[in-house]
Design a protein around this ligand. Sequence first.
Ligand SMILES: *Cc1c(COP(=O)(O)O)cnc(C)c1O
Length: 384
Amino acid sequence: MSDRHPTNSFETLAIHAGNTADPQTGAVVPPIYQVSTYKQDGVGGLRGGYEYSRSANPTRTALEENLAALEGGRRGLAFASGLAAEDCLLRALLAPGDHVVIPNDAYGGTFRLFAKVVSRWGVEFTVADTSDPAAVRDAVTDRTKAIWVETPSNPLLGITDIAAVAAIARSAGARLVVDNTFASPYLQQPLALGADVVVHSTTKYMGGHSDVVGGALVVNDQDLADELAFHQNAMGAVAGPFDAWLVLRGIKTLAVRMDRHSENASRIAEMLGGHARVTNVLYPGLSGHPGHETAAKQMKAFGGMLSFQVAGGEEAAVEVCNRARLFTLGESLGGVESLIEHPGRMTHASAAGSALEVPADLVRLSVGIESVDDLLTDLRQALG
Ligand SMILES: *Cc1c(COP(=O)(O)O)cnc(C)c1O
């Protein structure tokens, strides 16, 4: 329980944390402070601590306080995109000669950031199957400064045991970073499981309406929080006031949306599992999924993301994507509307030929909150 919010309940914090009524007007929603600079009462006399909006802006502060409360962290930081958040984190944590363990299944852009950008600055990385704690332990070296985990992972819905990997990170003196984009803090809270940093693409479930690109970091450790805040200001890829406001607005319905996303995805996983043209369904809610028990232990429900493999290979999978009507063919995920895509040719094309290459017959769904009957009907017709 925090001093400022007399509750532990997620649904209440989602709506109220950071959302104090505007002191001037009583507006119940934080205004969009579309402003770059602030009048000072005499040199150095700041009203409310604001001097320049790269350093801090009241709308962004509202979102950052909300993010910290929802993840159970001390400090939240909002960025212009998920990758901007990741870039800031990596440059704050790492120096040339350092080593990072990264997952063999991750958002394609995260892999690209390591392989094509961060590696040029003398940071080395090892790709490991993080769903196997022994593989993570084997990948750690005496120069490992961070272990990066994405759970559930994108697009194979692999599950990593956060508490188990946190113990490995602790004994290696490395920081555990968890990309919590697929689960959202409503379904999973990595800091409580021992993670040091939570990463979000707020573009996805946090925003929830496919109308904003944003990112976030949340941490508990005060020194790390100060270090990240320094880098956020020094590097400058902050969330603008309107984008921060959109994410803050989206978060108010996060709990109810995630419940419905999870229910709809479970029904769809069940249908696909019995479909003659589907050879494999990847959804952690299915009892046959290799990560099911771990997911049941560390998640409140199994989320809205699901992938499946189609009989007939790549062309058949592409055909299913092209035939869908209610499921919109498109990248991204986490919005109220259902999306379908072919990871091999779309979101994960940049991982081709690498350890993160995805199966060619794979289709990924971001299951929205429409009527599940309509979604089932559309998928049946798309499968033919
Ligand atoms: C989209 C995504 C990112 C990158 O976020 P952007 O907002 O697109 O920069 C990182 N991780 C995961 C799991 C994502 O889905």
